[in-house]
Design a protein around this ligand. Structure first.
Ligand SMILES: [Zn+2]
Length: 150
């Protein structure tokens, strides 16, 4: 009985060793390829148009907001543009409606992450949105009010 158990144990150990050895000796597989769908010329033109609009609006927004709207972060070349009403929610609308100084603000990467991960919420007072007064509320209870200098 003991002998059977010993053989059984050896067998299990052998199998485990073979499994590990297989992993090292197996031929490397080619990485899985993703099929990249080719955009139509119309889609390409649309994307080009949108990226032009985004760049133009970012320049405007960065001129209006001299730094991150939280009021704490120093201006940085790494600052980003945040859309108050997200791109996902405005999909299909003309770029001019999606990317405007009213809908976009300047944020630092850290604050942008706080906003997108909902540790900070940004509320606007009226239809002027970012061109009016914004209230930022953090999860820890901190509140700051931001208004673009005119
Ligand atoms: Zn900030």
């Amino acid at each position: 009985m003991q002998r059977y158990a010993d053989e059984q144990k050896r067998g299990v150990i052998r199998a485990a060793i073979d499994k590990v050895a297989d992993r090292w000796t197996a031929k490397p597989r080619a990485p899985l390829k993703r099929t990249k769908l080719k955009s139509s010329p119309k889609t390409k033109a649309k994307k080009r148009e949108q990226s032009k609009t985004v760049t133009a609006v970012r320049d405007l927004v960065f001129a209006l907001d001299r730094a991150c709207i939280c009021g704490r972060c120093a201006p940085s070349l790494r600052d980003q543009m945040h859309e108050l009403v997200s791109r996902a929610k405005t999909r299909g609308r003309p770029p001019k409606d999606r990317f405007s100084t009213a809908n976009c603000v300047r944020v630092s990467p850290a604050c942008h992450q706080d906003i997108t991960e909902r540790r900070c919420t940004v509320a606007w007072g009226d239809t002027r949105m970012a061109n009016g007064t914004l209230t930022l509320t953090w999860a820890d209870g901190r509140v700051s009010v931001y208004s673009r200098a005119t």
